[in-house]
Write a protein that binds this ligand. Sequence first.
Ligand SMILES: NC(=O)c1ccc[n+]([C@@H]2O[C@H](COP(=O)([O-])OP(=O)(O)OC[C@H]3O[C@@H](n4cnc5c(N)ncnc54)[C@H](O)[C@@H]3O)[C@@H](O)[C@H]2O)c1
Length: 358
Amino acid sequence: MAKKKIRAGVIGLGIGQFHVQGYGLHPKAEVTAVCDLKKDLAQKTAAQYGVPNVYTDYKEMLKSGTVDTVSVCVPNDLHRPMSIDCLKAGMNVLCEKPMTTSAREGKKMLDAAEESDKVFMMQFNNRYRPDSQLLKSAIDDGDLGDVYFARCGWIRRNGIPGWGSWFTDVERAGGGPLIDLAVHMLDLTIYLMGNPEPVTCLASTYSVFGPNMEGLGPWGTPDPKGKFSVEDMAVGMIRFDGGQTIWVEASWASRIKEEYVYSTLCGTKAGANLETSFGPGGGDRLEMFTQERGVPVDKHMMVEPDPAMGRTNSVQHFCDCVVSGKQPLSPAADGYRLMKVLDAMYKSAKSGKAVNIK
Ligand SMILES: NC(=O)c1ccc[n+]([C@@H]2O[C@H](COP(=O)([O-])OP(=O)(O)OC[C@H]3O[C@@H](n4cnc5c(N)ncnc54)[C@H](O)[C@@H]3O)[C@@H](O)[C@H]2O)c1
């Protein structure tokens, strides 16, 4: 008899909508429950996707017997308690980025994932974009030679999400655009470089526009009763065990031309740039830079754009891992390693000194 389908539950139905869609695309998965504190949103999502069970309390969902696999898509400070509860209840877990709000919390999640016999995967969706995968295969084939330096970032001109919500509260989010946006491109860049071990960093953070309720974006309605206790811009440099360096920048608000998302790699044989730009004629672009017959050659790799930015591909990879029992491409260990980098960067910004990453 064919193995039963994965019965997935999605907790948190903001970005969690992509998870609902992703499971729906996999032939061996179905969404059997959705959960959100906002009952209306949960009911609306259930009606839209034909999901039979609706919860507002995730613990009820875990006890119900309706799910065996869960996506955790709630504010950052809830990733640790919910993911661990899910693993303890025998669920496979797909956890949204960032892993959590600090390396200490991340270690608890890593331990829980390693103690469990279930699949735990980090939703580092940018790894699963078709352009990222093409670039990764080029790097693995040696096309770039040794990648010794990279620049990456996600910068916005006016894009503070939900002023006054959990996003701008350091206790709930862990930080601002560094942990929210740069986390994506930093993860992708470390992955493209072959997962070197980070050893030290130097970083600065700034909070210039956020405290005055300037730099707001289209994401969420501002709540003047809330607070802004995070940075609105961050920049830093990270050194790795093989001598490689990454320079990273992030902003929710800064006086720049326009939003830009990128990872630029410098290798001993060739370089590459993967970018999403938002100006006129913008979009996704992947290029490689070589030198042939003594002259510079630019190769534009025509990859089909993925408007979901890998968010549904990643869910499908997760389902494949649940079915096969294979280790996912973005395991808990990678989430924890990144939390150590982010912690050290915030520590460096506070102290004004370089910080070892342990
Ligand atoms: N991978 C990506 O591209 C991406 C994009 C945006 C956000 N995220 C991450 O996804 C997570 C959620 O972000 P968002 O933008 O959807 O936030 P959001 O605030 O828009 O949505 C979160 C949802 O979770 C619900 N929720 C909160 N506490 C809950 C609880 N205890 N039980 C059930 N539901 C609860 C809220 O009601 C809300 O609907 C964050 O960790 C964020 O960093 C990832």
